[in-house]
Design a protein around this ligand. Structure first.
Ligand code: TYM
Length: 329
């Protein structure tokens, strides 16, 4: 029986957060048994901001090590680096010509990022969702496991695919998003009304996957809450506590109601400590494995070389079909 195909990726911008982990990577591992998984390191996407070349190279390999440390098994899943499969950039160009400026202008992430980087609103930032569409459509992905913030990018991917299929006949499979019920949008610890982000400028707002246990504990202890002192899920009136409940629930597998029950009669001090402890324990094996892997560049190279070869085989088929359909000789 043919397994359904999965494609997802994370940008190699360094310093991944607990949001990236709970919203995306931790779910990838669970999908390896039942799906044909392709997990990509999105290093081309990072070019929309200015990177130091050496840092980008390191971040790319470090992210590969992190995928492995998080339990992505190269025997079960194909792991590759986006720039090593040139078909991504090639399909990106073609799809750019089937994407309207109007629809790209509506992307909220473009608006947010342009506001953040007002001195560098480059055209790559604008057409960024088209490269993401190329990533997904090249592999004929059925499902794309991502956090809530990527929903709009999945919708435009489907619009582009549908437009192309209507013009040239069935070429791309229609991908669906796979957005977790809990933890699809982990919020900042200091500003629980904004998503936890790699680039937050507020101190103690984000938990990074390489934070030491005492740093994690201290960040949770300082997390913004409210004055009620009752552990209750209510995103509108209690965004800070609700966020902590989501984090605790995502890791422990408990529902909001179960978490509320567990902490009935206990104050925020106890609850914050428990959340911090469960995050520390969840990240501990990952951090240990990560340290081992980053010191083994030969092994990492073997994974990404094999990964790129396998990815290329799949991507080539789709690109050939596209080129032939649109009349490229
Ligand atoms: P990126 O690198 O910004 O984020 C990687 C993944 O983490 C999720 N995420 C979150 N989930 C929950 N709470 C948060 N606070 C949080 N912050 C981030 C994101 O939703 C994402 O799943 N464009 C993509 C990378 C990409 C991609 C693709 C993804 C490139 N090509 C093809 C899927 C398919 C991005 O910038 O994600």
């Amino acid at each position: 029986m043919n397994k359904k195909v999965i494609l997802s990726g994370v940008q190699s911008t360094g310093n991944l957060t607990l949001g990236n982990y709970l919203g995306a990577i931790s779910n990838w591992k669970k999908m390896q048994e039942d799906y044909e998984c392709n997990y990509m390191i999105a290093n081309l996407h990072t070019l929309t901001i200015r990177n130091n070349p050496e840092t980008l190279r390191n971040n790319t390999l470090n992210l590969l090590a992190l995928y492995l440390a998080a339990g992505i098994d190269p025997k079960k899943s194909n792991i590759f680096i986006q720039s090593q499969v040139p078909e991504h950039a090639e399909l990106n160009w073609v799809l750019n010509c089937y994407t309207y400026v109007g629809e790209l202008s509506r992307m909220t992430q473009f608006k947010d990022k342009s506001a953040k980087h007002a001195d560098n609103i480059n055209s790559g930032l604008f057409t960024y969702p088209v490269l993401m569409a190329a990533d997904i459509l090249l592999y004929q992905a059925d499902l794309v496991p991502v956090g809530e913030d990527q929903r709009q990018h999945l919708e435009i991917t489907r619009d582009i695919a549908e437009r192309f299929n209507n013009l040239y006949g069935e070429t791309f499979k229609m991908p669906e998003g796979y957005i977790p019920k809990i933890a699809a949008r982990i919020m900042g610890l200091q500003d629980p009304t904004s998503k936890m982000s790699k680039s937050s400028s507020i101190p103690n707002d984000s938990i990074f996957l390489n934070d030491e246990p005492d740093v994690i504990m201290s960040k949770f202890k300082k997390a913004v809450t409210d004055s009620e002192n009752i552990v209750r899920y209510d995103t509108e009136n209690k965004p800070g506590i609700s966020n902590l409940i989501s984090i605790y629930g995502a890791i422990s597998g408990k529902t909001n109601a179960e978490v509320e029950k567990e902490f009935e009669g206990k104050g925020y001090g106890d609850f914050k400590k428990a959340v911090a402890e469960c995050v520390i324990e969840e990240l501990r094996p990952l951090q240990t494995k990560y340290k081992e892997l980053v010191s083994n560049p030969e092994y990492l190279k073997q994974i990404y070389v094999e990964g790129a070869n396998k990815a290329k085989e799949k991507a080539e088929k789709t690109l050939k079909d596209v080129y032939s359909k649109i009349g490229l000789v």
